[in-house]
Design a protein. Structure first.
Length: 364
């Protein structure tokens, strides 16, 4: 009988955690594991799952945000999660993202199912902001898990800034795998050379800083393309219009053919103020796109060796970002060096290597 695994996440609507979960679920399904993906909420699915994977969506919360509806959906979601796990009886349950981790951990404790928690971003924005009693509950759930998987080693320090989590000893670092793309198309995706940035349009991704830095570049023959969706789109559109960059800065939304953009971009820029382990940065480097990233918590410093395979610059420093962009755009030798060295991440972060780490952990 095939080993049964359950992966749990809020939805597969789009994002780094969703991409990692989808890739892992597909990989384990191809290795003849019996894989179930549980989405707590109904949302458009942006990532394709292998045919043998069972996808279960627990509730549809769209458009309902009043207090009564939130309480109702929380109760229904938890009941259906327990019912699903009781029916499926997985060998192990792997959950992604903080709130999902807590719900899944409690359900698994009640059902005596082994579970692994996967955190994807800084606890300063999640667990460390919780009330005392919710932190206590979270600690109990995390402490009883088989492992708390972190995508960057430095994230462990972030947890241990909170004295309640200093005694946790089940942290495990497993880097995100490089996404396996289709072969890039040779058809041009833009009519001019371009700088690329990718991610959710939210404040922590700091696309406004990228636009500000780009506006200072003297090279007028290069566009800025930003791929992603989110609540900051209106503010970014307003900034673009105010800087009179409407014809040069393009918000293109979510794209399923990012490999074409990565392979054609002159350089890739990431300006996040917080990350877990930025997938877009790894993807761009794996496809040979010279990269610049701000040294935020967490991940970039474990991916970029400054001056060797990319530029790593001070977080939220627009002047430094402008300088790095200008330097890289004007130096083709440096572009080639960053491109060649960046591609090596395809080996260190290959799906085979990363999934082996996950498999050893799950089956240990």
């Amino acid at each position: 009988m095939a080993t049964k695994l359950c992966f749990v996440i809020s939805s597969l609507e789009g994002g780094g955690a969703e991409r990692v979960l989808s890739n892992l679920a597909n990989h384990f399904s191809e290795k003849d594991f019996d894989v179930i993906v549980i989405c707590l909420n109904q949302a458009p699915t942006k990532y394709v799952l292998a045919p043998k994977i069972k996808l279960k969506v627990l509730v549809d919360r769209r458009g309902k945000s009043d207090l009564f509806s939130r309480l109702k959906f929380a109760a229904v979601t938890f009941y259906r999660l327990i019912a699903t796990l009781r029916k499926e009886k997985p060998v192990c349950c792997i959950s992604f993202m903080t709130s999902v981790n807590i719900w899944t951990g409690i359900a698994c404790i009640l059902l005596n199912i082994k579970y692994i928690i996967s955190e994807r971003t800084s606890p300063d924005y999640t667990l460390n902001t919780y009330s005392t009693w919710l932190q206590w509950i979270s600690f109990q759930v995390y402490n009883k898990s088989k492992a708390v998987v972190l995508p960057a080693k430095a994230m462990e320090d972030g947890f241990k800034r909170n004295k309640r989590f200093r005694t946790l000893s089940n942290f495990k670092t497993i880097y995100n795998p490089v996404n396996i793309f289709n072969q890039p198309s040779k058809a041009a995706v833009n009519d001019k050379p371009f700088i690329l940035s990718v991610g959710r349009l939210d404040p922590d991704k700091c696309f406004d800083l990228i636009i500000a830095a780009y506006s200072r570049i003297p090279n007028q023959n290069i566009d800025l393309i930003i791929s992603g969706e989110g609540d900051c789109r209106p503010a970014l559109t307003q900034q673009i219009e105010a800087l009179k960059l409407t014809d040069r800065v393009k918000l293109i939304g979510f794209k399923s053919n990012l490999q074409d953009y990565y392979s054609q971009a002159k350089l890739f820029v990431m300006a996040s103020r917080v990350e877990g382990y930025p997938n877009a940065l790894v993807e761009a480097m794996s496809l040979g796109c010279p990269a610049i990233a701000m040294d935020c918590e967490f991940g970039p410093s474990e991916i970029i060796n400054n001056g060797i395979n990319g530029f790593l610059i001070k977080c939220e420093d627009v002047d430094a970002l402008t300088h790095a962009m200008n330097e890289l755009l004007s130096n083709e030798t440096l572009q080639t060096t960053f491109s060649t060295n960046g591609k090596l991440i395809s080996k260190t972060n290959s799906m085979e290597n990363i999934s082996t780490n996950w498999e050893n952990l799950i089956l240990s």
